[in-house]
Design a protein around this ligand. Structure first.
Ligand code: FEO
Length: 169
C-alpha cells in the first residue's frame, strides 16, 4: 500500500510525464512547420514514450492500491529558434525530469518503501539514456551548424525511429 504522500508524489510525476509527452508533441508540430519530417517523427515517437512512462506509473499506483488523480497539463511552448534550440530544450527538460525522479527515490528511501524504490530504479536508468540521447543530438546539431546537407542527413536518420513498448520486467 502506498502512503498518501507517496501516492500524491507519483500522481505529480504522472502529470510531469504527460506534460513531457505534450511538450514533445508540440516540438513535432514545430518540426513539421519547418519541413523536417524526420525530426518531427522522432518527437512523435518520444511523445509516445513519455505517455508510456506516465502509464507505467499509472499502473503502479493502481497495483499498490492507490488512486490516480489526473490534473491539468500545462501549455507547452510552441516556438523554438532552431532545431538546436529545440534539442537544447529537450536536454534541459530531461535533466529536470531526472531531478524529479531522484526526489521520488529519496522519498521512497525516507519512507522505507522498498517496492516503490525498486519500481523507480527503472526510471533512474531510463533517465541516463534520455539525457545521453538528447545530449548526443545536441552535439550533432552543433557540429552540423548551418550545413543544410548535414541537417537533411540527420533528418533522414531520425525518420527511422520507431518507439516500441519495452517488454515487462
Ligand atoms: Fe519520461 Fe523523458 O522522461
Amino acid at each position: 500500500m502506498l502512503s498518501k504522500k507517496m501516492e500524491k508524489a507519483i500522481n505529480q510525476q504522472i502529470n510531469a510525464e504527460l506534460y513531457s509527452s505534450y511538450l514533445y508533441l508540440s516540438m513535432a508540430t514545430y518540426f513539421e512547420s519547418i519541413s523536417l519530417g524526420g525530426f518531427s517523427n522522432w518527437m512523435r515517437q518520444q511523445a509516445q514514450e513519455e505517455l508510456f512512462h506516465g502509464m507505467k506509473m499509472f499502473d503502479f499506483v493502481c497495483e499498490r492500491g492507490g488512486r490516480v488523480i489526473l490534473d491539468a497539463i500545462d501549455k507547452p511552448p510552441s516556438k523554438w529558434k532552431s532545431p538546436l534550440d529545440a534539442f537544447e530544450n529537450v536536454l534541459s527538460h530531461e535533466q529536470k525530469v531526472t531531478g524529479l525522479i531522484n526526489n521520488l527515490v529519496n522519498l521512497a528511501l525516507d519512507e522505507r518503501d522498498h517496492a516503490t524504490n525498486i519500481f523507480l530504479q527503472w526510471f533512474v536508468s531510463e533517465q541516463v539514456e534520455e539525457e545521453d540521447t538528447a545530449g548526443g543530438l545536441v552535439d550533432k546539431l552543433k557540429l552540423i551548424g548551418k550545413d543544410a546537407n548535414g541537417l537533411f542527413m540527420l533528418d533522414t536518420e531520425l525518420s527511422q525511429r520507431v518507439f516500441t513498448i519495452p517488454a515487462k520486467g
